[in-house]
Design a protein around this ligand. Structure first.
Ligand SMILES: Nc1ncnc2c1ncn2[C@@H]1O[C@H](COP(=O)(O)OP(=O)(O)OP(=O)(O)O)[C@@H](O)[C@H]1O
Ligand code: SF4
Ligand SMILES: [Mg+2]
Length: 331
């Protein structure tokens, strides 16, 4: 059974008289011990999905799903308190803009130490516990690649470079030993060595501690080798998902193929809203979504039938939504 199991998640945002489906029947799952990549161009809705999982969307937005569960428990029907408890105990999130997620008025050391669950701290007396808490904080900093702990423990978020802030967010997320880590583009803008360090750390934690990871990224090349499975998102719709090795070898959806063919150009971070060199045009804004398959105007295989939204089809554990998939005879 999937730990995180989302089926047909739809998010409607109302602006004035118009209602926009920012997410349209998105399905996504993460199994125990799995690293799943969630990829898609800038603006495809990756961060909206992360916020939906965390329960962090504005209350006035309409979120519905056939299923949205954590270890069999329905996340949508939970009370705020129960949802918080699940997030505290089992799921940690590194948000896309780490610097804005840190409290500017509290030192990084205090923020990290506060995130250590009480049950992990040993010692009978308060000074013993404080000492052990600090020891855990320092060893976690070293794990995420922050060497100079003496300086940074006492620093405030605005006093440190952004990559140190990002690493601190990673440390805060990991120190509670979550079952699932959701990392929303945590390596964007990082220099290659730091990026490799973070990817290696997550791979190691996945292998040694069975940490499950939902790795959200526009950087397919960086995560392709570490992820077991992948879900591809386009303009708020899931277009393909399955085992990474199968998708890399034989993508069925034209958008996935374009994304894979563009991968070499992702070697350096592309600025947000960059267009894919292998597809004409750019991702539509929510206000100008085409009817039917949202890739239609950009798709080299589009035909008349594509004005009807393709339903998702499954071949074993490979799922795709396209009327005219690659590598398949269409009757
Ligand atoms: N608060 C908001 N109000 C209205 N629209 C929003 C809001 N937040 C996001 N959107 C819209 O939802 C769409 C998806 O945004 P999202 O931030 O999830 O994209 P993303 O895939 O995470 O992109 P990136 O790779 O740049 O982080 C975009 O068109 C964006 O403009
Ligand atoms: S459904 Fe049509 S437009 Fe959409 S990806 Fe498939 S062929 Fe292209
Ligand atoms: Mg995002």
């Amino acid at each position: 059974m999937a730990m995180l199991d989302i089926k047909n998640l739809t998010l409607e945002i109302s602006e004035g008289d118009t209602t926009i489906k920012a997410l349209d029947k998105v399905s996504l799952s993460v199994n125990s011990g799995e690293i799943r990549a969630l990829v898609g161009e800038s603006g495809s809705g990756k961060s909206l999905i992360v916020s939906a999982i965390c329960g962090a969307l504005p209350a006035k937005w309409k979120l519905t799903a056939d299923r949205m569960s954590w270890n069999g428990e329905n996340l949508l029907s939970m009370s705020t308190q129960q949802r918080r408890e699940v997030m505290r105990r089992d799921i940690a999130v590194v948000f896309q803009n780490p610097q804005t997620s840190l409290d500017p008025s509290v030192t990084l050391g205090e923020q990290l130490e506060e995130s250590i669950p009480e049950e992990f701290v040993k010692g009978q007396w308060f000074w013993q516990r404080a000492k052990h808490r600090k020891k855990i904080a320092i060893s976690t900093m070293h794990k995420v690649g922050i060497k100079d702990h003496n300086t940074y423990l006492k620093s405030y978020p605005h006093q440190v470079p952004s990559d140190i802030g990002q690493k601190f967010m990673m440390a805060i997320a990991l120190v509670a030993q979550p079952k699932l880590l959701i990392a929303d583009d945590p390596t964007r803008g990082m220099e290659p060595t730091t990026k490799t360090q973070i990817l290696k750390l997550l791979t190691r934690l996945n292998q040694t501690r069975a940490l499950s990871v939902l790795f959200v990224s526009h950087d397919l090349l960086a995560i392709a080798s570490m992820s077991h499975t992948m879900t591809v998102l386009y303009a708020g719709q899931t277009v393909e998902s399955g085992k990474m090795k199968h998708i890399k070898k034989r993508p069925l959806h034209p958008y996935t193929k374009a994304l894979l063919d563009s991968a070499p150009s992702f070697r350096k971070d592309l600025p947000p809203k960059s267009s894919l060199p292998t597809l004409k045009g750019s991702i539509p804004t929510l206000q100008h979504l085409p009817i039917g398959c949202r890739l239609g105007p950009r798709c080299p295989r589009a035909q008349r039938e594509c004005v009807v939204t393709p339903s998702s089809r499954r071949i074993h554990d490979h799922i795709y939504s396209c009327h005219y998939p690659l590598h398949r005879e269409v009757k």
